[in-house]
Design a protein around this ligand. Structure first.
Ligand code: ATP
Ligand code: MG
Length: 543
């Protein structure tokens, strides 16, 4: 049991909140969700699921400049794709009227004031944690003057940045968030939902707790950086005498070889370092989906990582492990040759074609079988042949035998090279008695390799990915450099492959997740057409 579950179970035992659990996932619609958000989604929705509670989706849309409905739509899609369904969908902007009334309430009670200082003067006045700050000269305005000014702020009489509304708390508090935090700022900007109704917008600290409160949230789960905001969260709930949810913080998920800041991810997209938010190299949920990660693999990852109270960095290989584990159970097997060299079976009858029975998924007998055409000329992987093979190389070499998967045992006889010395053809003979069901079908050879019939197979595009960044912590950069300098220049390699003719566009798009035998897991990319299938390599078979 993690510490959040402990808190919740104790609250249930004590009958707090009528023993109910209500959580929320509160994204700001200013970017696409990433694997870190997936962690938060799994916790918030997971806790609600586990304790028969509900989880809301609330868009924290208090910053009109950076927000957009494109993001709202993608966030909805990603949460549902992960397999979660919110009880209710809300927007912080739904509460702008209520928040405004609460602001006036605090003004009336002498707990908030309009400050005419510049942003610079305000932060200077706050000072440093070790010494008390300086009170604003506007701090002791009368309630009437504050109300009048605040209403005129709302009416649009003042330009951006000319005034703010601040809570009147304690300019000497060691917690900087208590030094008269800003509640409202003037921003003449259109909001994606409220349009031009407002030209003042509440700050995070004056919106989040109150939104939680309005929705009857019992446990407001957030990341560690909000721990220092918690006293203020509590202060506003108390000062307003409203339902008081309990804020609980956990450590953000960080992962090696990637970045998690939406601002930086946006930069990668805007400046075309990647091909959009759903580029399979991105840590975004839509990127992982297009890479071929499954919802189950991401949920298992979140579960395995657990809930920590201290910041840490998770090795990306754990995510890859979770993908393999799930895809091994579910992915349909197929044969594809990525780096082809021609194999000619000299004693195989010219023009003969046999339909070999292949198993769709050895982990799942119900997935059945299919037939794959076999003929005299096949593609095999260049790496499965070695001219000067030592004893440790078990695959094909002159005078050595291997099994062709689902087919015969072959023995290499000789090779043909071009003028440059590259192998152009590998010649072999086959043993007709070694096909499955034949007398010698159980004869043991040291290796089995995959193949694709030259005459029958289809060409496909395969996109191979490496880590987007070449260092574990891309944000840790040398002086004068940025995270962009840590980008891996070879993170995308596009190549061509020969795939089984069984792979039609329809089948590829319906099945989506494939294991290319011996090579790894691949995902049928939406760029695929009838003419050319496109596959993204999700992850290799082994680490
Ligand atoms: P930014 O990247 O701009 O700082 P953000 O990642 O905090 O923003 P939000 O939309 O505010 O984005 O996040 C929604 C929720 O997801 C918040 O509760 C936040 O704490 C949580 N969250 C964000 N990043 C992570 C992460 N890396 N690990 C776990 N939870 C996260
Ligand atoms: Mg945030």
């Amino acid at each position: 049991m993690n510490f959040i579950e402990q808190i919740i179970e104790e609250d249930i035992r004590n009958g707090k909140n009528d023993a109910k659990v209500q959580t929320r996932f509160p994204p700001e619609p200013n970017g696409y969700l990433h694997i870190g958000h997936a962690k938060s989604i799994c916790i918030n929705f997971g806790m609600a699921e586990k304790y028969n509670g509900l989880c809301n989706l609330r868009f924290d849309d208090t910053n009109p400049v950076k927000e957009d409905t494109e993001y709202v739509d993608s966030i909805r899609e990603d949460i549902q794709w992960l397999g979660f369904q919110w009880a209710k969908e809300f927007y912080a902007s739904d509460y702008f009227d209520q928040l405004y009334l609460w602001a006036e309430q605090l003004i009336n009670e002498g707990l908030a004031y309009v400050d005419d200082q510049t942003q610079e003067e305000i932060s200077k006045g706050r000072g440093v944690p070790t010494a008390p700050g300086i009170e604003s000269p506007y701090r002791n305005r009368s309630v009437e003057e504050n109300l009048d000014l605040f209403r005129r702020m709302r009416a649009g009489e003042f330009p951006d940045g000319s005034r703010v509304l601040r809570a009147k708390i304690d300019m000497a508090s060691p917690n900087m968030h208590f030094r008269d935090p800003i509640m409202y700022r003037i921003l003449h900007a259109s909001h994606h939902r409220t349009g031009d109704k407002w030209c003042i917008y509440p700050m995070y600290d004056f919106a989040h707790g109150q939104s939680d409160s309005i929705e009857g949230i019992t446990h407001s789960i957030c990341t560690l950086e909000f721990e220092v905001h918690r006293p203020l969260y509590d202060w506003f709930c108390e000062a307003l005498r409203i339902h008081h949810p309990q804020q609980i913080e956990f450590a953000r998920l960080n992962m090696t070889y990637t970045i998690m800041s939406k601002r930086k991810l946006l930069q990668l997209v805007k400046e075309h370092y990647v091909n959009g938010w759903d580029d399979p190299r991105m840590p975004t949920i839509c990127g992982l989906r297009r890479r071929g990660y499954t919802p189950a693999s991401i949920r298992n990852f979140a579960e395995t990582v657990g809930v920590a109270k201290r910041d840490n960095i998770i090795d990306v290989s754990l995510l890859e492990f979770c993908a393999r584990e799930d895809l091994n159970k579910t992915a349909i097997r197929t044969m594809a040759v990525l780096d082809p060299v021609k194999l000619v079976i000299d004693n195989y009858p010219e023009g003969q074609v046999e339909e070999m029975t292949a198993i769709n998924n050895p982990e799942e007998p119900e997935a059945g079988t299919r037939t794959v055409p076999f003929s005299k000329e096949l593609w095999i992987e260049r790496a499965d042949f070695r001219e000067n093979a030592d004893k440790k190389f078990y695959r094909l070499s002159i005078d050595r035998e291997v099994r062709l998967k689902y087919a015969y045992i072959i023995k290499c006889t000789h090779i043909v090279k071009d003028d440059a010395g590259n192998i152009t053809e590998i010649h072999c003979t086959y043993d007709p008695n070694t096909k499955s069901g034949m007398p010698d079908s159980n004869r043991k050879v040291k290796a089995t390799i995959h193949w694709a019939s030259v005459q029958h197979s289809k060409k496909a595009e395969v996109r191979l990915f490496d880590r987007l960044f070449s260092v574990e912590d891309p944000d840790n950069c040398a002086e004068g450099e940025t995270f962009l300098d840590n980008l891996n220049p070879n993170s995308l390699v596009v190549t061509e492959a020969w795939v089984e003719p069984t792979l039609t566009l329809e089948k590829a798009m319906a099945i989506k997740h494939f294991q290319f035998e011996r090579l790894g897991y691949f995902y049928a990319d939406p760029d695929s057409t009838e003419e050319k299938l496109v596959f993204n390599k999700t992850v290799s078979l082994k680490q």
